[in-house]
Design a protein around this ligand. Sequence first.
Ligand code: ADE
Length: 228
Amino acid sequence: MRIDILTLFPQMMSMFFEESIIMRAQKKGLVEVHFHNLHDYSLTRYGSVDDYPYGGNAGMVMAVEPLANCIEALQNERSYDEVIYTAPDGNLFSQGMANELSMKGNMIILCGHYKGIDERIREHFITREISIGDYVLTGGELAAAVMCDAVIRLIPGVIGDEQSALSDSFQDGLLAPPEYTRPAEFRGWRVPDVLLSGNHAKIEQWRYEQALERTRLRRPDLLDNNGQ
Ligand code: ADE
């Protein structure tokens, strides 16, 4: 997979991609992440990329030319499966969307700023608009990082134990059950006996019931959505 991130703050982004599992995924050649500074595509001497909105609204809008130039420069090099725009009015990001994106080849992610981008970019270049939640961030960089993290860890080979990605919260429409590790007793607080029983069928059943109960208590909306 190749991800090209278009941003006004490439340094802010690159720090995140130079750590831990995401770094290892790149070293293993499972994903390539490239940053493009939108100021480099500015038409002005000062590198500005925004302008006042037509119609006299508050705030600034990212201008059409630098964005179109940057996206087209990339599209001239290779074809892209998705050109994603991070915005609070996009479709809500989910585990299902992360699964879908983890199977893509090349993706562009455009990080929005200010009052957003000129609508013509959305109409003519963007294939998906994604929000990471119902709140407004100062820019799309953190949203892009969140999405990349959720997507990259699903690429086969990125996480050592494949099972562990499959048993995440949300993968089966339920929150994950509680987990315990040694010691079996700490300050009198005991690990549930069933987990020490060695009976795998019983353990699976317990995990499923716990996951169901936890989902019922904390996120009943998830049960409504898939009819469990
Ligand atoms: N940019 C600003 N707020 C955002 C959000 N909630 N999701 C994605 N991009 C954003």
